[in-house]
Structure formats: structure tokens, C-alpha cells
Design a protein around this ligand. Structure first.
Ligand SMILES: N[C@@H](CCC(=O)N[C@@H](CS)C(=O)NCC(=O)O)C(=O)O
Length: 232
């Protein structure tokens, strides 16, 4: 049976990682038999990240790698879409994974109110005696990564204005149809939905969580994906 190596459930989600949720949704839609195996430390994984799919032959890293592998087995996450819709779908995926994702990371790792909760959730396996120094060092390297990426160089208001443009684009699609590309979930929903869900689930009242929690269209969308692709 296929095994999804994933970060454990957190903040009311299948996993704290939107990429792990995406992989779980894809597995569920593919109809393949699969199980989850939770881990908190991804350092031994091929990309030192999760999700990873364990198949009979190999460890397949990266949610897009998992997608390609499942599609090679016959899954089609964009069934019925023409090339333009597939292109729009790809652009939405990039927007979610390469822009909105870093807003989630900022909201979680750079926020002093969230940090103690994050530390005790993500570093639960580190002995209490050394948890603070170990987690602080990792936090420092994540914040360095956010600086290199550039997202943390914007003020919070600037950041939210940038997010707003993305949310408006997503909402425009959702005013046309229940899912981004029509009446059924397709690949872009599997990235955008979990990313919005992660934004909403940050365990604190931030401007970003408020923005999502107060938006009925986006909240209904997040919940509908969850109901439609019910995860075990
Ligand atoms: N491109 C990867 C991104 C996966 C990813 O960024 N995973 C994060 C958790 S959300 C991770 O494992 N981070 C650990 C690290 O960077 O050390 C995918 O699509 O699977």
C-alpha cells in the first residue's frame, strides 16, 4: 500500500503543512489505497521536506512529484480542462505555493504570539530540556529564509495588500463556480484550498486569520473541499 509520509495533524487540520494536505487530497482522489505515517523531522527525506510518498519502488518527494507519479499511474487531476484552463490552474497553484505559502510561514514563525504554540507543536519530540535552544535555532534559520525570499522585508500592511490581490483573484473564480475550475475539484483546488485553510488555522488572531475567517466565500470554499474530498 502507498504510504504518505506527512507532518501530523495540527491546528484542526489533517496536517500543519498545506503541501501534505494537498498530497493527501490527491491520493484520496486517485482512488489508490494509501495510509499516512506521521513524522516531525524530515531531515532524512530526499529533499529534507515533507510530503514524501513511499511507493513499492522508491521515496517520491515533493507534492508535484507525487502528482506526476499518480498521474503516471492513471490519475487525472485536471480532467475535462482545456489547455487555457490548465494554464490558469498552473498559475493559481504557483500563486498559492510560491506566494501565499510564505505569508503562512510569516504568520506562524515571525509572530511572537504564535511562536510558543508552534514550538510545542512542531518540536514536541525534542526533549523539553533542550526544546527552547533547538527550536530557537531553527526559528532563526526560517526567519533568515523569509528575509532571503523577501517577504519579511514588507511591512505588515504592504504584505496584506499583496495577499489581498491574490485573494481577490481567487474569489473572482469562486464567484463563477463552486470550485476554481468548475463544479468539481481539480488540481488548483488541491493547492489553493489547503493554503487558505492553513491561513485560517494559524492559532492566533492575526490580521491574516481575521481576513480569511471573515470571508464567507473563502470559508465556504475551504469547508466544501474538505467535505468533498473527505480524508480518513
Ligand atoms: N515544494 C514542496 C514544498 C514542501 C514544503 O515546503 N514542506 C515544508 C513544510 S510545509 C517542509 O517540509 N519544511 C521543512 C524544511 O524546510 O526544513 C512540495 O510541494 O512538496
Amino acid at each position: 500500500m502507498l504510504t504518505l509520509l506527512t507532518y501530523p495533524p495540527a491546528f484542526g487540520l489533517f496536517s500543519a503543512s498545506p503541501f501534505c494536505v494537498k498530497a493527501a487530497y490527491m491520493l484520496q482522489l486517485s482512488g489508490q489505497a494509501w495510509q499516512r505515517s506521521d513524522m516531525l523531522d524530515a531531515r532524512r527525506m530526499p529533499h529534507r521536506k515533507l510530503p514524501v510518498l513511499r511507493t513499492a519502488e522508491r521515496l517520491m518527494p515533493d507534492s508535484d512529484g507525487i502528482r506526476a507519479w499518480l498521474e503516471a499511474q492513471g490519475a487525472d487531476f485536471d480532467a475535462g480542462l482545456d489547455d487555457v484552463r490548465k494554464g490558469q490552474s498552473r498559475a493559481l497553484i504557483r500563486m498559492a505555493e510560491e506566494h501565499l505559502y510564505f505569508q503562512v510561514v510569516m504568520d506562524r514563525w515571525a509572530n511572537d504570539e504564535v511562536w510558543p504554540i508552534l514550538r510545542d507543536t512542531f518540536f514536541a519530540e525534542v526533549p523539553a530540556l533542550i526544546r527552547r535552544p533547538v527550536s530557537s535555532a531553527i526559528r532563526k534559520s526560517v526567519l533568515k529564509g523569509l528575509d532571503a525570499q523577501g517577504v519579511s522585508r514588507f511591512s505588515e500592511s504592504e504584505r496584506l495588500e499583496r495577499v489581498e490581490c491574490d485573494l481577490q483573484s481567487i474569489s473572482a473564480f469562486l464567484r463563477q463556480s463552486a470550485f476554481l475550475m468548475g463544479d468539481e475539484p481539480t488540481s488548483s483546488d488541491l493547492s489553493v484550498g489547503p493554503m487558505l485553510a492553513a491561513m485560517r488555522a494559524t492559532p492566533a488572531e492575526t490580521r491574516l486569520t481575521q481576513r480569511i475567517r471573515q470571508d464567507k466565500l473563502l470559508c465556504d470554499y475551504i469547508d466544501m473541499i474538505d467535505r468533498t474530498i473527505s480524508l480518513p
